[in-house]
Design a protein around this ligand. Structure first.
Ligand code: C5P
Length: 236
């Protein structure tokens, strides 16, 4: 069985050595990995280059958020490094426009906007001064992402349909919070099964602990890939 390219495994591990062990264990069952901020601090960029050298795809989930000039130069440097297939930035208009400028003509690196962090609820947004709820802000930011010309967004399974509806069939909708039927939720508040996330509009699923903390990660990855085969993308 070849790996399902829609499955992205989050390497949320404390050291590069542990991340490398996991990649070795997963072998050909996984072809796409997410390197986040935790691993960045312990050799994540070298790990990303190694993954690319081994023919894997790499999602750098660094959620850039700064003035336009800084985001533009950072994006250009990351893309020039050649070890990035997907990069996240916060979905604010100036930030997204800067990332698109920084990426330049290098279309193989896709930019994703993080609309609203899954840790925020309506009350948090009110305290931060936003005059709208979570769904309304997500919808607004997806529209701004489309206007900025980025390639897609990160969205929870419960909000993926908003991004799919607004972004259209080719828009990337990358969805964390995926749990196989009957699995532990951990701290994921709004989880869905792989099949339901895909049916709801996701193009890619990000899965961490259900695979990384499984007694047999390879078997867990294969089981989730099999569940993904049961998911059909909705007709949008
Ligand atoms: O929960 P899991 O280990 O599968 O997490 C996979 C990814 O989901 C994490 O790397 C993180 O980016 C994201 N996440 C989230 N909300 C949470 C927990 C994790 O969006 N509450």
């Amino acid at each position: 069985m070849t790996a399902d390219p829609r499955l992205i495994v989050a390497l949320d591990l404390p050291t590069r050595a542990e991340a490398e062990d996991l990649v070795e264990t997963l072998g050909d069952s996984v072809s796409f990995y997410k390197v986040g901020l935790q691993l960045l601090a312990t050799g994540g960029m070298e790990m990303a280059r190694d993954l690319k050298a081994r023919g894997r795809s790499v999602f750098l989930d660094w959620k850039l958020h700064d003035i336009g000039a800084t985001v533009e130069k950072a994006t250009a440097a990351i893309v020039a490094g050649g070890a990035c297939d997907l990069l996240t930035v916060h979905a604010e208009p100036q930030v997204m426009a800067a990332a698109v400028r920084g990426r330049g003509g290098e279309r193989s690196a896709k930019i994703l906007g993080v609309t609203v962090l899954t840790s925020l609820n309506g009350q948090d947004l009110a305290e931060m001064g936003y005059g709208m709820g979570v769904e309304a802000l997500i919808e607004r930011r997806v529209r701004q992402a489309v206007d900025a010309g980025i390639d897609g967004v990160v969205a929870s399974p419960h909000e993926a349909h908003i991004a799919r509806r607004i972004g259209g069939p080719d828009f990337l909708v990358v969805t964390p919070g995926v749990r196989p039927a009957g699995a532990a939720m951990n701290d994921q508040a709004r989880a869905a099964t792989p099949a339901d996330a895909l049916a709801g509009g996701a193009s890619h699923l990000v899965v961490g602990r259900p695979i990384t903390a499984a007694p047999d990660p390879r078997a867990a990855a294969r089981a989730i890939s099999a569940e993904m085969d049961d998911g059909r993308r909705a007709a949008f």
